[in-house]
Design a binder for this molecule. Structure first.
Ligand SMILES: [Zn+2]
Length: 213
């Protein structure tokens, strides 16, 4: 199986208007955590970020926010950004446009109270699956965020030491890096994240959250 730790250039050209990397960044990396909040693991990530004075962006599943509102509050209180990852972690390619947008709106209403007024929420499509027509509708109301570095922390067949080496090589100023605060990814995340933070902190990088449009 081929793993694309770095999103191929050609893929990034297909759909204009999506954010793959932050342009103009100097020594900044943008960590993102998908699928939470969940007890234990999200809090582990928050502690680790705090110890590195790092900011990040959490793409949360609405249903998890409803179940664990206190953990979601903690993400916000710590000064991180929160984005929409649909209410039920839907696959865009398998979901009709209306139900997809409806599910995203349901997640919006979970996070709405936590966003500064008048700003566009961030959105990341689960599994990276989104159709051109869904993009067209959604980009009027959301800033759609993809990534240029994928950690494969969710992949039980990936060796975390090897993945770590790959993602370090693939990262550059402005990189948007995907981790998962999702139990399936826990072991790999716990191996990679502290080492990744150490590696780039020592080299003078700062970890920033994504800004709302
Ligand atoms: Zn996801």
């Amino acid at each position: 199986m081929i793993r694309f730790y770095k999103t191929p250039w050609i893929i990034r050209q297909i759909a204009p208007g999506l954010l793959w990397q932050v342009p103009g960044a100097k020594d900044e990396i943008y960590l993102t955590f998908d699928d939470g909040p969940v007890p234990g693991l999200t809090e582990y990530v928050l502690e680790l970020l705090k110890s590195h004075d790092a900011e990040a962006t959490f793409f949360c599943v609405g249903d998890n926010i409803a179940r664990y509102p206190a953990i979601f509050e903690k993400i916000i209180d710590r000064g991180h950004a929160a984005g929409n990852h649909t209410y039920n972690h839907l696959r865009g390619w398998k979901t009709g446009k209306m139900s997809y947008l409806e599910n995203i709106r349901k997640c919006d209403s979970e996070i709405a109270g936590h966003l500064p007024a008048g700003r566009m929420p961030l959105f990341r499509p689960p599994h990276g699956q989104i159709t051109i027509s869904q993009i067209r509708s959604l980009k009027k109301t959301h800033r759609i965020v993809m990534w240029d570095v994928l950690t494969y922390d969710f992949d039980a067949g990936a060796h975390p030491a090897e993945s770590l080496e790959k993602i370090i090589k693939c990262s550059c100023p402005g990189s948007v890096v995907v981790f998962h605060d999702n139990y399936k990814a826990e072991a790999n995340l716990q191996y990679m994240l502290p080492r990744y933070l150490d590696h780039f902190s020592k080299r003078g990088y700062r970890f920033k959250k994504l800004e709302l449009a």
